[in-house]
Design a protein around this ligand. Structure first.
Ligand SMILES: [Fe+2]
Length: 503
């Protein structure tokens, strides 16, 4: 596709459609109520996971480690998540709307040092000055939004982080990667990989290739048209390519998955009836099939294979592998498509509510016969799966993910588990009734190339003692519990995703 056509597709479809609703909408407010949330929090301390952060910055704070950090584990776990939910008596209803706070947990020399800082996006700065939310949000109708020029004017930079080419980025679904200072976490600004690609979406789930380069996508389709943008960034952070894949119909996707040879995109069908924010206007269409696009990494400008698969509401994937003419994709399948549109909706309002379980499923793509089918795994109530990327590409990986075990105070995870979906072998560590457990990142042991030889580094919230913490486990001895745990003298809300940068 030539450059002019490329830009025309992007500008005519995506950007205009994304901005239109914000400009045209009236002043109807459907927000949550901070007082209602505060009342709920008094009854249910676990709602601290969705409480407004108390400060724009934390630390640096050094705390002693309980237990012992393993020899060889040194680096920083960066994490991101929505943290700023309220202004001027107005509370976001949707978890994905809060402005991002990035955390750096530095591990080494027997101690843990934490620092956290709000990402200073144009949105955050403008609203701080105004003293109110005044910008289009993903899931809450904000009254009287100001006009915005592009997606980055509304970017909350709140979903994930990645270190690409030595640079730290805060990532969000619908806008640019925002570069941060790796130590102080100060915001440097949005990344522009090439001038004509300014402000185009760079998803929160980039995938690193075995050669060190990065693949990512930008979901232009979810903004109303224009296709799917495929990014390829070199190991040094330089742009290798940006290509637009044409789509027959818009589909929603939050993440994607790779094998050694292919990229796989699962597009979920949805209906869109303008009614405020994106997530208020869309509903998944489980009566229609998902479209699966398979792209050959050697030819990322076109779709190599296209499949139809039964509907599934999926945000996150585990691994994928390719064997005997088949691609197998591990995915977390949300059983309630309506709830999947706004996870932890009741908690955001200060209510109790139960979470509908999500379960592990395998999508099997038969490359010879062009057929796709789902196989449901028995494992339920999990999310945020991680794995050792050194696992050979012709077999499934062991998955590491938060889970629930035994009694829980919160409708959230309180444990971490390792699971081999092929054998069903499972190992669990339960943190306790009151602890909320987040994603656990796999960190390979330096100098070792044996798959699963390494550690899990995961973050925790203890709402009873009002503190956030971090735990390190041996990935092959999860049942033994943490090798090291460190608790901060303060707490902040739960986040979504992290990235461990060694060194
Ligand atoms: Fe995510």
């Amino acid at each position: 596709m030539d450059r002019r056509r490329f830009l025309r597709d992007l500008l005519s479809g995506a950007t205009v459609a994304a901005l239109g609703p914000a400009l045209l909408r009236g002043g109807q407010a459907l927000a949550g109520d901070p007082a209602e949330f505060a009342a709920g929090l008094r009854e249910r301390p676990w709602l601290a996971g969705w409480r407004q952060v108390r400060a724009e910055a934390f630390g640096p704070t050094t705390v002693q480690v309980e237990g012992r950090l393993p020899e060889g584990l040194a680096g920083t776990l960066y994490r991101n998540g929505p943290a700023w939910f309220e202004r001027d008596g107005f509370r976001y209803e949707h978890w994905f709307d809060g402005d991002g706070m990035v955390h750096g947990w530095r591990l080494g020399d027997g101690a843990v040092t934490h620092r956290g800082r709000m990402v200073e996006t144009p949105k955050f700065r403008r609203e701080r000055t105004a003293g109110r939310f005044n910008t289009l949000a993903a899931g809450t109708t904000v009254p009287d939004p100001v006009p915005i020029r592009n997606n980055d004017d509304a970017n909350a930079a709140n979903t994930s982080v990645a270190v690409i080419g030595g640079r730290l980025f805060a990532l969000c679904e619908a806008g640019s990667a925002f570069e941060l200072d790796r130590d102080a976490l100060g915001t440097l600004g949005p990344a522009t990989w090439r001038p004509d690609l300014q402000a185009l979406p760079f998803s929160a789930h980039p995938l690193q290739n075995r050669d060190g380069s990065w693949w990512n996508f930008g979901a232009l389709a979810l903004m109303g048209g224009g296709g799917l943008l495929v990014w390829h960034i070199g190991a040094g952070g330089e742009l290798i390519g940006a290509h637009v894949l044409e789509l027959d119909a818009p589909g929603y996707l939050h993440a994607f998955v790779q094998t050694d040879r292919h990229l796989v995109f699962l597009l979920m069908p949805f209906d869109y009836t303008p009614a405020g924010s994106f997530f208020e206007s869309m509903s998944f269409a489980p009566q229609r099939a998902c479209t699966v696009l398979v792209v050959d990494k050697a030819a990322p400008d076109r779709v190599a294979r296209r499949f139809e698969a039964g509907f599934a509401a999926v945000y996150h994937f585990g691994d994928a592998f390719e064997r005997d003419g088949e691609i197998v994709v591990r995915a977390v399948h949300h059983t309630d498509p309506a709830e999947a549109r706004s996870p932890m909706h009741e908690a955001m309002r200060g209510h109790d509510g139960r979470r509908t379980p999500a379960r592990l499923a395998e999508l099997r793509l038969d490359l010879r016969h062009g057929r796709a089918r789902w196989e449901l795994h028995g494992e339920s109530d999990i999310e945020f799966p991680m794995f050792d990327p050194r696992t050979p590409g012709d077999r499934g990986a062991r998955l590491y993910m938060p889970a629930t075990a035994g009694e829980t105070a919160a409708p959230y995870f309180n444990a971490v588990q390792g699971l081999d979906p092929a054998t069903g072998r499972r190992e669990v560590h339960r943190y306790g009734r009151d602890i909320l457990a987040e994603e656990h990142v796999f960190v390979p042991r330096p100098g070792s190339d044996r798959p699963d030889d390494g550690w899990l580094v995961g973050t925790l919230l203890d709402p009873v003692r009002d503190r956030s913490g971090i735990a390190v486990l041996d990935a092959r001895r999860i049942g033994d519990g943490p090798l090291a745990t460190a608790w901060l003298p303060y707490a902040f809300p739960l986040g979504f995703h992290g990235h461990f940068h060694a060194g």
